[in-house]
Design a protein. Structure first.
Length: 156
């Protein structure tokens, strides 16, 4: 095996150099999604001649709920770009009116988002099947649920 610099090995993926791949699975559903996330390589200069005065690259802060949504597999059914999948998109969800399969219209406020996470069949959005896994109220901490809600709210 030929020797490559460590940073080159770490940055190779199916999407090319500079990306990491993550896979998420949702509950008992046979669904998976691959997310390519740009990777920032940090190298140190081995001599003063190699050092530059350019500022380090800026990376947008990631909310804890975003990582949790990937870890739990939420992103296999819910998008953040406005397109619906198996579940409704999270883009523009917070504060919007939601038509439920019962015919009732509700506002997607904090209590609605909480209920949707801990008791998904209680208020199913019209046009979607009640297939979201249950049990998150028992499996997640109050802080984790709050982080998910904050992340959904950050999406507009």
């Amino acid at each position: 095996m030929t020797s490559q610099p460590e940073e080159e090995l770490a940055s190779e993926s199916a999407f090319g150099k500079g990306y990491w791949l993550f896979f998420g699975f949702s509950g008992g559903l046979f669904a998976a999604i691959a997310i390519a996330i740009p990777m920032v390589l940090i190298t140190s200069a081995s001599s003063p001649q190699q050092a530059t005065n350019s500022p380090p690259p800026t990376v947008a802060p990631v909310l804890p709920g975003e990582g949790l949504a990937v870890e739990l597999g939420c992103v296999a059914c819910h998008t953040t770009d406005g397109t619906d999948l198996v579940g409704p998109t999270w883009a523009g969800l917070a504060g919007s009116d939601r038509l439920l399969d019962s015919g009732e219209t509700v506002v997607a406020d904090d209590p609605y988002l909480l209920r949707s996470i801990i008791d998904p069949p209680a208020q199913v959005v019209a046009g979607f099947n009640p297939i979201m896994p249950t049990g998150y109220g028992d499996r997640l901490t109050v802080e984790e649920i709050s982080d998910l809600i904050d992340y959904i709210k950050s999406l507009g």
